[in-house]
Design a protein around this ligand. Structure first.
Ligand code: SF4
Length: 390
């Protein structure tokens, strides 16, 4: 997540709620993408440090648990810069130029400050962010799928160019032994079935067994995956998309919520601010006077009721709006209360981190150390594959 601006309800429901859930199901890495935020805001760097701090506090307040997930900052992992440079050597320029997030806006940027190498290279940097950690899944939304596909293409190209390590067959035999006697025998049987008879079920069973073999290191496991399919070693995983459920939060003006559009309710806004923002919120244009009947389906306030209100309140709104039995300010009352109830929890949860800034620093430092451990191990393997370890 880029620390460009304060987080709002769109971030809370569109990302953080889902992160909170999956942190208990996967080993999650949550990255503060500060280098990415430079690409579009390189002339406003004085705000980055506050944005990073506030963003991490909001993550923690929303329930991201540093004992479950790794929270780290992109610019604190120098291995990522190194990997970006190495991957840049093998990435055709045309692959970067055709990424929609670049292609669709470059013409508009021709006479602006943003016609930079950083903007062209942003999708390569993003690929390095992903490939650095050999992740299996990447949480992404619809508009980021092309960027993920680029990372997968680069991984494929890398494995194709550098995938066969010296003495691969011998090393694969050594890795098989590490499975233990029974599993090694099963692996070899399944390998034969797949390679000699083309039995896809055998391939699946072998893959499943390797996933489950906890005593294997990452390197051994990847080597045995590659050995199964008679390929070289896979140095870079091709990550799969993990689509987060699409949640579109409507802003105060009826458009998608965004801080830049000045239509957002931000996380930890005060009760007074929430109240004044919601009271000023756009409603069904048919309701000019209180006696005019309206339709909740044409009203942005209704979309927030869908999230915040129980069935009883929603029925009251529907009935009252359709019959002009309630005014818009009446309708907004329970919504303001519900948003403020949630905000008060966030404010309460954030308090210890605001009172004790070293707490946040420690969480970030620990997360960065964990991320660097993974990154430096992987970078060593990558450089070895590229014959750069001398
Ligand atoms: Fe919107 Fe509620 Fe007013 Fe109906 S009564 S137009 S739902 S704010």
């Amino acid at each position: 997540m880029r620390p460009n601006s304060p987080l709002h309800l769109g971030h809370y429901f569109g990302a953080l709620q889902y992160w909170k859930k999956i942190q208990y199901e996967y080993d999650c890495l949550f990255m503060v993408a500060d280098v990415h935020s430079l690409v579009q805001n390189f002339n406003e760097t004085e705000k980055i440090s506050d944005c990073v701090n506030n963003m991490v506090i909001n993550w923690l307040a929303a329930g991201i648990d540093p004992s479950q997930a790794t929270i780290f900052i992109q610019s604190k992992i120098p291995e990522q810069y190194e990997l970006t440079a190495l991957l840049g050597a093998i990435t055709p320029l045309s692959w970067l130029e055709r990424v929609p997030s670049y292609k669709e806006v470059i013409d508009e940027l021709e006479h602006t400050d943003l016609n930079t190498y950083g903007f062209l290279g942003a999708s390569l940097t993003q690929s390095a962010d992903i490939l650095m950690y050999n992740v299996r899944h990447v949480l992404a939304q619809e508009e980021q799928i092309a960027n993920l596909e680029l990372a997968r293409e680069i991984a494929r190209r890398f494995n194709h160019l550098f995938g066969r390590e010296d003495g691969f067959e011998h090393k694969a035999q050594e890795s098989i032994k590490k499975l233990g006697h029974k599993k090694a025998e099963l692996y070899e049987n399944l390998l034969l079935k797949y390679q000699q008879e083309g039995d896809d079920e055998a391939l699946e069973r072998a893959r499943f067994m390797l996933h489950d073999a906890l005593n294997l290191s990452h390197g051994d496991r990847e080597r045995l995956f590659a050995f199964l399919e008679n390929k070289g070693k896979v140095f870079l995983n091709e990550p799969q998309l993990m689509a987060s459920p699409p949640v579109k939060i409507i802003g105060l003006d009826g458009q998608q919520m965004s801080y830049q559009a000045n239509n957002s309710i931000n996380l930890r806004d005060t009760p007074e601010l929430v109240s004044s923002k919601v009271r000023a919120m756009t409603t069904d244009p048919a309701r000019i006077r209180k006696t005019d009947r309206g339709n909740p389906e044409s009203c942005p306030v209704w979309t927030l009721h869908q999230i915040y209100s129980n069935e009883e309140v929603k029925s009251w709104v529907e009935l009252g709006c359709l019959s002009a039995g309630i005014g818009c300010l009446d309708c907004k009352g329970p919504l303001i209360d519900a948003i403020n109830l949630q905000q008060s929890e966030l404010i309460e949860n954030a308090k210890p981190y605001q009172d004790e800034p070293t707490l946040v620093k420690r969480i970030i430092t620990d997360g960065c150390l964990r991320a660097r451990d993974i990154a430096s191990d992987n970078l060593k393997q990558i450089k070895l594959a590229m014959n750069l370890e001398y």
